[in-house]
Design a protein around this ligand. Structure first.
Ligand code: IMP
Length: 434
């Protein structure tokens, strides 16, 4: 099964993956890096994960980091140590693909320097997380990346690092007008961390094949969201990997037969961090407004960057595109409780663009920017839905809203999440029973 975000990320995938992991033997990350931030609340205690699959909070579940993920080894080790400090056993069940490209300090420097340049020269920032994700993927595609497997060969690593560092220093010291970095500290730190991580290096694709053959249930956990996908998102305001369900196979090294059910995670409204078009966006700063309500009640701040997320109404026309690209089998609607108490609730059904009415998100970010949303309005509900576990307990207006959303999008709602804790979940069709 694959779990992906259907909007611009932060849909609440981590909680849902953690919940589903009760029924799985392995959880696999297949793209992105530590730009992702998954907040899990277990027995009232918050844990933030960035690189390590959300399955790690269930004892005994195997966690795999597939080849499609870019790894900052220093960050990975510190995340492992943070989990160990709260009593979570990680090293015996974390498998790191040897083919993962590495994020090294110059990638972070290039990412930040480029953003600064874009801001100062008026091109406009992408609003990246500043973790070096884009530059690391560029090196992968340019076939010059250092990969996890290089850490096992100090001489080979040193040689390739010298070459790559020279290239990046050229850009940093030149048109990026930033600090050049030194070889030795980067090399020494990488070798120190490699000694700790190397017992976890693995042939992940083969390990997943064997696990599948044993009859294990595997869960592929997407990061970011469909509209941030490098090909299908609001380019260039996107991340640098394919976030769509189909990439779970390529990014983990398995065949597509393992992706038989695709669960789309959809927040009951929309948020976005970073720049880029967002047709249903609402202002979030004025108390008493809907945008302020979504931002504050939904606690919409980035897990990784702490930035306030932009907020707006649910966009069914954007979701329509997501459903198609991912081939979504069923939806999980999250954060329904954030809409409690609103007088009315709106859903965008399409847009007006150049005098035409369209019912799907356009492909060109400039066109999206010019889209005027067309809304269907529902009356809100005053009752609290927080923590509910049964569909029948939901206020009738909330049910009507969800039923209509399901109809607009054309995909069944299989789950509803009504709060951050594991138990705050309504199940209509269990995803693992397909
Ligand atoms: P990058 O992935 O750091 O290069 O950032 C590119 C864009 O993706 C920016 O708009 C980020 O805010 C956004 N982004 C990256 N990771 C996440 C995430 O996990 N949730 C939401 N947005 C993200």
């Amino acid at each position: 099964m694959v779990v992906v975000g259907t909007q611009w990320g932060d849909e609440g995938k981590g909680k849902v993956v953690d919940w589903l992991t009760d029924h799985a033997q392995g959880v696999v990350r297949f793209q992105g890096g530590h730009n992702a931030g998954h907040t899990l609340v277990i027995n009232g205690r918050k844990t933030a994960l960035q690189l390590i699959p959300s399955g790690v909070m269930r004892p005994g579940v195997a966690c795999y980091i597939g080849n499609g993920v870019v790894i900052d080894p220093v960050h990975l080790l510190s995340e492992i140590e943070r989990l160990e400090a709260i009593g979570v056993e990680v090293r015996s069940r974390l498998f790191i693909s040897e083919s993962c490209p590495l994020i090294l300090p110059f990638h972070v420097e290039v990412d930040r320097a480029r953003e600064a340049l874009r801001e100062s020269n008026g091109t406009g920032k992408i609003g990246t997380t500043g973790k070096g994700i884009g530059p690391a993927y560029e090196d992968k595609v340019a076939r010059r990346a250092l990969r996890i497997q290089d850490l096992k060969h100090p001489e080979r690593f040193a040689q390739r690092l010298r070459d790559l560092l020279a290239l990046h220093n050229h850009a940093l010291g030149g048109y990026l007008g930033s600090q050049e970095l030194e070889f030795q500290p980067i090399y020494d730190q990488a070798m120190r961390v490699a000694a700790q991580l190397s017992p976890m290096f693995a042939d992940v694709g083969y390990a997943l094949h064997l696990s599948h053959q044993r009859g294990d249930r595997l869960l592929f956990e997407g990061a970011q969201g469909t509209l941030l996908d490098i090909d299908h998102g609001t380019y260039p305001f996107v991340t640098s990997s394919n976030c769509v369900a189909g990439n779970a196979a390529a990014g983990a090294g398995v065949g597509p037969q393992m992706l038989h059910y695709r669960l789309g995670i959809t927040k009951a409204y929309t948020t976005r961090v970073g720049s880029g078009p967002f047709p249903t966006e609402l202002p979030i700063d004025a108390p008493g407004t809907v945008g302020y309500h979504l931002s504050t009640v939904g606690q919409e701040r980035g897990t990784v960057t702490g930035r306030a997320r932009r907020c707006g109404w649910l966009d069914a026309a954007a979701l329509k595109r997501s459903m198609i690209i991912n081939g979504i089998s069923g939806l999980c609607i999250t954060k329904l409780d954030v809409l409690d108490g609103l007088q009315e609730v709106k859903v965008c059904t399409g847009y007006r663009l150049d005098g035409q009415l369209i019912d799907i998100l356009p492909l060109d970010a400039d066109d999206i920017d010019r889209c005027e949303p067309v809304y269907e309005t529902f009356s809100g509900w005053t009752e609290s839905t927080a923590g509910l576990t049964q569909w029948a307990e939901l206020p009738i207006k909330a049910r009507q809203y969800l039923e209509r959303v399901q109809e607009m999008i054309g995909v069944p709602i299989d789950m509803v999440s009504t709060g951050p804790d594991r138990d705050h979940t309504i199940v209509l069709r269990h995803p693992f029973q397909h």
